[in-house]
Design a protein. Sequence first.
Length: 381
Amino acid sequence: MKIGSKMLMLTVLSLSLYLLSGRIGSAGAVSGSEGETHSVIKGDTLWDVTEKYLVNPFFWPKVWQYNPQIKNPHLIYPGDQVRIPSAEELRRMGAAEHPQTTTAQPSPEKTIPAQAVPAPAEPAIEGPVAYVGGYLVERDLFESSGFILPSGEKAGEGVIVSTWEEKEMLTYRDVVHLSLGSRDGVKYGDLFQAVHVGEDVVHPETRYKMGKQVTVQGILKITSLQENLSTARIIKAYNPIMVGDMVRAYHPQPLIGPNNLSTEDKSIQGVIVQNTLGKSNLGVRDMVYLDVGAENSVAPGDRFIIYRAGPPPQVSAKDAALSGIQAKDFPVDIMGELVVLNAMKNTSTAVIVEELYEINPGDHIKYTPQSIPPIKKYDME
């Protein structure tokens, strides 16, 4: 993926510094007054100037628009005069209150959506794209992504013990026999998930074994019952189902859409453990496991900024050392954003909804009650 120019990197750096300060949160009220002008001093950025006068730093594109003499928003110099628009001027410039949710990305020509002026009683939800039926991901992708099973726990209540099908890999409409019957409380028409227990999941930083990856292979429906055994038909197959796969009762969970995004104030940080398919170089719509869960106050609909610290991969430790630069000297870069779809006790499953750079297992995450502006969609050349 090509990422634009140095100006994009500087914009992301500004967001990164904001993230580290712990100030990413609900939109603030605009407090600019008529005719104010800021004289730039060394170290100033439009982000900082905007925050100083308008409280909400995400209005910086409007401040830039209000100062046509500034050719490059990331290059302002001591002595430059920056005019500050008032709340009324911001409204005229299009920074008026916008709908509470959005299901489509803005076009590349538009600037970052501004917050309400003044701030609404409830934080505005800047929802990422809703892809299917108003939800972030379709049910098949959500359910097939599975979860991390803690060590010592069982993936299901029963197992697929046999089939009359003359093949090893079973699929839609095939019939199987389960090790559960009427004595186990199974009823005609009950639905079960067929799940496959995979390899150990190892934390990318601590190397601690977190448990086993469990993927959902498909959905089964009970068609006949005996006391100790039942017969089921495969009514949906995400992946090949095999004799020996475990089964667990199926209880559909609600899908997450823009209306379900959390705006609570929380303090949660964690790490992307791995992609559900074992990939690296991740992007939008890739599913990932996180090392935080319900015990950390994580809930479906929570949004997290994805960020990375230290030198970028093209800068070797040797080159950095020769320049007198340490890893801690490099700024934190915001890589993207994800939304939690399912929270287990200590882990959760999420989908990446915004990508500024390629995202990898081991990248860090920080909870945010509002989405990051769609920076990569600007023409920053």
